[in-house]
Design a protein around this ligand. Structure first.
Ligand code: NOJ
Length: 546
C-alpha cells in the first residue's frame, strides 16, 4: 500500500473558537452540537482541517484554558459521546480535527491541585506543581519577581490546611491556572496518557498551548525586569520561556503520535524570539509544525513581509519542516482592524483602542493578505470569522468583558474579547442565527454585522466569504500551491511583492501607494474588484497563471 502524503504539510486549518462558533443548545454559548450542525459550511468553505479550542471540563476562568479534567467535555459544550460523533462526522466530510492540549497549567479545580493544597508543604502532591515558601521575614513576598501574562505577580500564596498563611504556587497565567512541574515524571506520564486518550478517539492532532513554557529553571532565579507581552522571551536562558529542556518533552510525545496510523500531527503555540528559535521545536523527532507568529505580527509593509517570509522559509528548510502562515487567532486583534490603522503591526494593535480605524482599507488589505498567505509554501490557518471579514469589536461594554486580563490589570487592559464575538450566520439582528433568539450570545454582536452574516455573503461574488471560497478552491486545484518553493520576481516596483511558484503560478501583492502594472498572464483571482487597465491598485493582490 502506498503511504498517503502527510496532510499537515500544507493543510488549510480553520480555527473553531467553539464558544463563539455556533450554539446548538440555545444557551448563548457555542458548543459541539452547533459545530456539528455547521460542518457542511466548513466543507463548502474548503478547509482541510479544524482546530477546536479547549472543550474540556473547566471552570472557564480563561475560556477553557483552565482545565479541570483533560479526558472529558465540559457540559457547556456537550458530552464526550458528542465529541466522538463530531470526530466521525468531520472525517466523513473529509475534515481532520485537531484538539487543543493545555500542558503548561491546569485549573485550580483539577483534582491534582486540590490534592496538593490539602496535602501541605513537602508532599508528593505539591511536587507536581511549583510550590515554594515566600521571601521576606514571614514569607509574605513571592518567591521570584516573575509576572503573570494577565497582569500581577505569577505567584499566589495559599492558606495551609491548618489555616495559616503558607507557601506560594506559580501561575504564569491567572491564579486559577497553576503551572505543572514538568520535571516531575508523573506529570510527563499523565500527559502521554492524555495524548493516547484522544488519539484513540481519532483526533488527527494537537495544538499545544504555551508550548514554550513547560520547562522552568528549577533554581527559580529572579528575572530582574518585567517581561514582554505575550511571552516572547526577552533573553536567552530565560527562566521560564523557551528553555532547552522543553524539547525532551516533545521528543517523547513524538514517539507517542508516531505509533498511530494516519499522520497525527502537532502544532506548537510558541511565542519565541524568532524563526531560529522556532524551528528548534521542529527538528526531526520533535514536533511537526508551529504557528508562525512573525507573519501575524508583521506590519503591512513589503520589505518587512518579505524579510519575514524569507527568514521563515530559510529556517524551516534547515529542519525540513513546512512553515505555517497565520493572520489572526483568538488572542490577537483581528487583522481587518489591525490593517485599517496607520501602525499595522501586532504589537501596535494592542495599544490602539480608540484610535480611528479605516475598515474599508483594512478589509482591502485583509483580502490581499489572504491571497499572499494562501500562496506561500506550507500550511495556513484561518481564524473563524476572518472569512466573513469580521473586524475587532472594540466597544464591548466594560461590564460585559470576560477576559481575565481586564480584572487582573485593574481595568486597564480590555483583553481579547473583541476578537471572540460569536459569529453572525443569518438574519437581521443579533444573535444572527448563532443560537436561539431567546438567548443573548455570551458577548454582544454589533448590529452592523447584519451585512456580514454568512447568509448575506453567500452567493455575492464581491463578498469576503465567496473570495475565501474561491481562493481555497483554486489553492486545491493548482499543483503549484501548498508545499514547495518560491522564487521572488525582483524586477518589480518598490512596495510590491511578487513571486513565482512552479508550474506557472505567480502572486503579486501591491503594498505601495500607486497602481502597478500586472504581468501579462491570466488572472485567476484578484483581491480587488477591478484591475484598472491591467494595473493592480494599492493594497491589492492577484493570482496569475502562465
Ligand atoms: C494561549 C491561549 O491561546 C490563550 O488564549 C490562553 O489564555 C493562554 N495560552 C493560557 O492558556
Amino acid at each position: 500500500m502506498t503511504e498517503l502524503p502527510a496532510w499537515w504539510r500544507d493543510a488549510v486549518i480553520y480555527q473553531v473558537y467553539i464558544r463563539s462558533f455556533a450554539d446548538g443548545d440555545g444557551d448563548g454559548v457555542g458548543d459541539i452540537a452547533g459545530l456539528r450542525s455547521r460542518l457542511s459550511y466548513l466543507d463548502d468553505l474548503g478547509v482541510d482541517a479544524i482546530w477546536i479550542n479547549p472543550w474540556y471540563r473547566s471552570p472557564m476562568v480563561d475560556a477553557g484554558y483552565d482545565v479541570a479534567d483533560y479526558r472529558d467535555i465540559d457540559p457547556l459544550f456537550g458530552t464526550l459521546a458528542e465529541a466522538e460523533e463530531l470526530l466521525r462526522e468531520a472525517h466523513q466530510h473529509g475534515i481532520r480535527v485537531i484538539v487543543d492540549l493545555v500542558p503548561n497549567h491546569c485549573s485550580d479545580a483539577h483534582p491534582w491541585f486540590r490534592a496538593a493544597l490539602a496535602a501541605g508543604p513537602g508532599s508528593a502532591e505539591r511536587e507536581r506543581f511549583w510550590f515554594r515558601p515566600g521571601r521576606g521575614e514571614h514569607g509574605e513576598l513571592p518567591p521570584t519577581d516573575w509576572m503573570s501574562r494577565f497582569g500581577g505577580p505569577a505567584w499566589t500564596r495559599v492558606t495551609e490546611p491548618d489555616g495559616t498563611p503558607g507557601e506560594w504556587y506559580l501561575h504564569l497565567f491567572a491564579p486559577q491556572q497553576p503551572d505543572f512541574n514538568w520535571d516531575n515524571p508523573e506529570v510527563r506520564a499523565e500527559f502521554e496518557d492524555i495524548l493516547r486518550f484522544w488519539l484513540d478517539r481519532g483526533v488527527d492532532g494537537f495544538r499545544i498551548d504555551v508550548a514554550h513554557g513547560l520547562a522552568k529553571d528549577a533554581t527559580l532565579p529572579d528575572l530582574g525586569y518585567v517581561d514582554d507581552v505575550f511571552g516572547r522571551p526577552s533573553r536567552s536562558n530565560h527562566p521560564h520561556w523557551d528553555r532547552d529542556e522543553v524539547h525532551e518533552v516533545y521528543r517523547a510525545w513524538r514517539t507517542v503520535t508516531d505509533a498511530y496510523d494516519g499522520h497525527r500531527a502537532f502544532v506548537a503555540e510558541a511565542w519565541v524570539a524568532g524563526p531560529e528559535q522556532l524551528v528548534r521545536y521542529l527538528h526531526p523527532g520533535r514536533l511537526h509544525t508551529a504557528f508562525n507568529f512573525d507573519f501575524l505580527a508583521c506590519p503591512w509593509r513589503a520589505d518587512d513581509l518579505r524579510k519575514v517570509i524569507d527568514t521563515t522559509l530559510d529556517w524551516h528548510a534547515t529542519v525540513g519542516a513546512p512553515p505555517t502562515w497565520v493572520l489572526s487567532n483568538h488572542d490577537v486583534v483581528r487583522h481587518v482592524t489591525r490593517y485599517g490603522r496607520e501602525a499595522t503591526g501586532h504589537e501596535d494593535a494592542r495599544r490602539q483602542y480608540g484610535v480611528p480605524v479605516d475598515l474599508e482599507l483594512g478589509t482591502r488589505r485583509a483580502r490581499a493578505a489572504a491571497l499572499l498567505m494562501l500562496a506561500l509554501p506550507g500550511g495556513a490557518y484561518v481564524y473563524q470569522g476572518e472569512e466573513l471579514g469580521l473586524p475587532e469589536v472594540e466597544d464591548i461594554p466594560e461590564h460585559l468583558l470576560q477576559d481575565p486580563t481586564w480584572e487582573r490589570t485593574g481595568h486597564t487592559v480590555r483583553g481579547r474579547d473583541g476578537c471572540r464575538v460569536p459569529l453572525p450566520w443569518s438574519g437581521q439582528q443579533p444573535p444572527f442565527g448563532f443560537g436561539a433568539d431567546t438567548a443573548a450570545p455570551w458577548l454582544p454582536q454589533p448590529e452592523e454585522w447584519r451585512t456580514r452574516t454568512v447568509e448575506a455573503q453567500r452567493g455575492d461574488r464581491a463578498s469576503m466569504l465567496e473570495f475565501y471560497r474561491a481562493a481555497l478552491r483554486i489553492r486545491r486545484e493548482l499543483p503549484a500551491l501548498g508545499e514547495g518553493d518560491l522564487a521572488w520576481d525582483d524586477d518589480v516596483p518598490d512596495g510590491v511583492l511578487s513571486f513565482t511558484r512552479e508550474p506557472g503560478f505567480r502572486c503579486v501583492v501591491n503594498l505601495s501607494a500607486r497602481p502597478v502594472p500586472l504581468p501579462e498572464q491570466r488572472v485567476v483571482l484578484l483581491s480587488s474588484a477591478t484591475t484598472q487597465d491591467n494595473t493592480l491598485p494599492p493594497d491589492a493582490a492577484a493570482w496569475l497563471l502562465s
